[in-house]
Design a protein around this ligand. Structure first.
Ligand code: FAD
Length: 317
């Protein structure tokens, strides 16, 4: 079932969902299941699965040549999503990214996902790989998420890259990313919202936000989206902080602000065990206020750990 159908069916009740990371290469499915199992009692209608691009390393051979070596750190999403749907009978939503894929490879990936009965995809550009610094599409790949959204939307209308094939039209529900504190490359919020609207116009059906710790930023973001005619559901992304270092790591990676009140609470903590508790309490309060405002779904970034998410969900659902 589509994410948008789950939301409609809930008739205003806030749903619970979460995101998992594929395990490191060498690990097996059990490492994913052991993170999902403790959260199943909260009835997630869908689980998202992130995609992690390969990295390049440059090595010098004994002859002095420079060799480009591709290293893949995690398995892809197709098998993982199929396994989740099969084991739990809930929707698995693979993240599909522009980076590292040309349009043909993307089409082939989507044909596989469609064949497996995957109804939803979250479409992203992807971050630049570390060795490149700025995002570079591969030859014949997409530069921005709105272009990839358009390709999927075309497939939903039976338009494949080299043929029109109405009988093979897909029916993906398409999610895209939104940034309550602006995407870091964008010169300002207006420009970022302009491109967000482009993703919606290209066929996106819902938005999942970057994580944030100050609800007001989410409320302002939703207001500004509505003002420019974005009407699709906007799902807030929540990540409880769990160690003191998150105060600097999370703003650095995700380009977000931490409210001073939270910073002071964390700084008072003597151990990370105490920080963990502060993170849970902050997230619970954040979620309660979001639920009071009628958000369609609370989407948790589990980042491979489920215990704090379980404790938060216990207080809410
Ligand atoms: P875009 O929407 O393409 O925007 C990128 C930047 O370009 C923005 O500044 C935007 O304003 C600007 N822009 C957009 N369109 C145009 C245009 N046509 N012309 C000029 N400028 C434009 N990354 C992963 O690698 N794997 C994941 O699984 C993953 N999951 C994520 C899930 C969520 C909910 C979020 C919020 C992010 C996720 N990311 C993931 C990170 C994401 O890939 C990065 O934030 C990336 O830098 C931007 O992706 P995007 O889809 O928002 O890009």
């Amino acid at each position: 079932m589509k994410v948008t159908e789950h939301i409609e069916k809930a008739q205003g009740k806030t749903l619970f969902s979460f995101e998992i990371l594929p395990p490191k290469k060498g690990d097996n499915l059990q490492s994913i299941f052991s993170n999902i199992d403790p959260l199943m009692e909260f009835d997630p209608p869908f689980i998202e699965v992130t995609y992690h691009r390969e990295e390049y390393e440059y090595k010098e051979t004994p002859e002095g040549y420079i060799q480009k070596i591709v290293t893949r750190k995690r398995p892809g999403t197709v098998g993982i999503c199929a396994a989740i749907q099969h084991k739990y009978s809930i929707d698995a939503v693979p993240h599909v990214i522009c980076g590292g894929f040309d349009k043909e490879e993307t089409e082939n990936l989507l044909i596989d996902l469609n064949f497996l009965g995957i109804d939803n995809v979250l479409v992203l550009r992807g971050d630049p790989i570390k060795s490149e610094g700025v995002f570079k599409p591969v030859p014949h790949g997409h530069s921005y998420a709105n272009e990839l959204t358009r390709q999927i939307s075309d497939m939903n209308h039976g338009k494949y890259l080299h043929e029109e094939y109405a009988d093979g039209a897909t029916d993906f529900c398409i999610g895209v990313a939104g940034y309550p504190e602006k995407h870091f490359e964008s010169p300002n919020m207006d420009t970022d919202l302009h491109y967000l609207k482009k993703k919606i116009n290209a066929g996106a059906n819902y938005i999942v936000t970057q994580l944030f710790y100050n609800n007001q930023k989410y409320f302002d973001f939703v207001k500004r989206c509505r003002e420019i005619g974005i009407t699709v559901p906007i799902i807030p992304g929540i990540k409880p902080i769990s160690i003191k270092k998150h105060l600097t790591i999370l703003p650095n990676i995700f380009h977000i602000d931490m409210p001073q009140e939270l910073v002071l609470e964390v700084e008072k903590c003597k151990t990370n065990k105490e920080v963990y508790e502060v993170g849970i309490e902050w997230a619970v309060n954040q979620c309660k206020e979001l639920m009071d405002h009628g958000v369609p779904v609370l989407h948790f970034y589990s980042m491979g750990r489920s215990e704090n998410i379980r404790r938060i969900a216990e207080k809410l659902f």
